[in-house]
Write a protein that binds this ligand. Sequence first.
Ligand SMILES: NC(=O)c1ccc[n+]([C@@H]2O[C@H](COP(=O)([O-])OP(=O)(O)OC[C@H]3O[C@@H](n4cnc5c(N)ncnc54)[C@H](O)[C@@H]3O)[C@@H](O)[C@H]2O)c1
Length: 441
Amino acid sequence: MTRQPAPCSSSNTNRRDFLKTTSSTLAAAGALAGGLSIGRSAHAAGDDLLRVGLIGCGGRGTGAAINALGADKNCKLVAMADAFPDRLQSSLAGLKKRAPDQVAVDADHCFVGFDAGEKLIHSGVDVVLLAEPPHFRPMHLKAAIEAGKHVFCEKPVAVDAPGVRSVLATAEEAKKKNLNIVSGLCWRYDKGVQETMKRVLDGAIGDIKSIQETYLTGTVWHRARQPGWTEMFYQMRNWYYFSWLSGDFNNEQAVHSLDKASWAMHDEPPVVAWGLGGRLVRTDPEYGDIYDHHAVVYEYANGVHVHAYCRQMAGCFSDVTDLFAGTKGSANILKNSIKGENKWRYRGPKPSMYDLEHQALFGAIRSGQTINNGVYMARSTMLAILGRMVNYTGQKLTWDRALNSQQTLAPTTYAFDATPPIVPDKDGKYPIALPGITKFV
Ligand SMILES: NC(=O)c1ccc[n+]([C@@H]2O[C@H](COP(=O)([O-])OP(=O)(O)OC[C@H]3O[C@@H](n4cnc5c(N)ncnc54)[C@H](O)[C@@H]3O)[C@@H](O)[C@H]2O)c1
């Protein structure tokens, strides 16, 4: 029988412990014993240099580092962490070429393995950029805020309800400590989207009656299994296709769309959700256990329904649109346009939203103000997780029940020779969630 990834018996204690107990971490080059060079010396010099550390040195992490370095000319990238040394080193090489004066990552500040993030957080940085797979985000965010760091936090922020609850608690801690958490839900920082949403929230389309969100795209990368890779190594290389690491693609990608809908609903959660989804084309075991299409209806207390569709299939109609229908008109958010009684279109400048996120973060740090995007980034992530839950189980679920789910998608041990939360059967097939059979936990 196929089923949802086994709810792991590991507790929050295990999740915390992962940061401390994993045995697989190595310093990428040089020895940790070499000491903490640039961070400490900058502190000692008493200057106003901001030391930045990057956790997750892939495409987005590298991009986020460039955005950060561009946002504040008196910041330096001084530490990097990744599960894999090759990913770290290729990112570092690219960043050095791009911003040679602002990249000063010594060998003893290159951390690799499962506990690389924790080591980076304690390596003398002031600001941490989180761009690793979402499974690890709640733990790294918690560790960073506990250690008194400002954080840029990519989306989505968790893969399960315990992770979302952890992020909400950490966001509260950040408030108490006046630490910044800027979310990578980047459309909230886009000028055209901000202006359009402001008008929607001010009533330009009247009362919102329904919202349609589409995130219909082609496929993404896949890394072929190599001889000698353990199962954990394979899943980590292909984290996108494993629900315990990515949360499924409706979380990993379509959270952007759910976030805009949630913004329009004043970030109040829906009452219930139901939906349907499955794997029609991406059925080969190489694509892990995630679905390739999801359709979810979120029902709000005021009667509004958010209809959210996402698909990842080659050769199909593609569309990423947010359509809001109201009593006085409609809004197309990414087109920055409003139709109806208050017809309007944004025609202002369009600076990069990725740069703007980092300008906001560093501006707040420098001015002593605090940005805390914690609640909305956690709620938007929970919308996606709720969507996955209703589709995997085939049930209609309330927000409250889903948010209080005890299902933790985590291995008991974080190590490349440890057993991941799901493993293939003798034919190499992973367990896939089956609506009506898979149980809500
Ligand atoms: N806001 C946006 O527009 C946007 C765009 C792209 C990606 N993202 C988000 O950024 C995140 C990363 O996406 P990506 O496209 O860069 O993926 P990627 O695979 O290119 O990069 C992820 C990196 O994290 C590393 N990693 C894995 N486990 C780790 C761990 N425990 N500690 C440290 N590093 C670890 C991987 O080895 C990899 O190098 C995702 O959550 C994604 O949703 C956001």
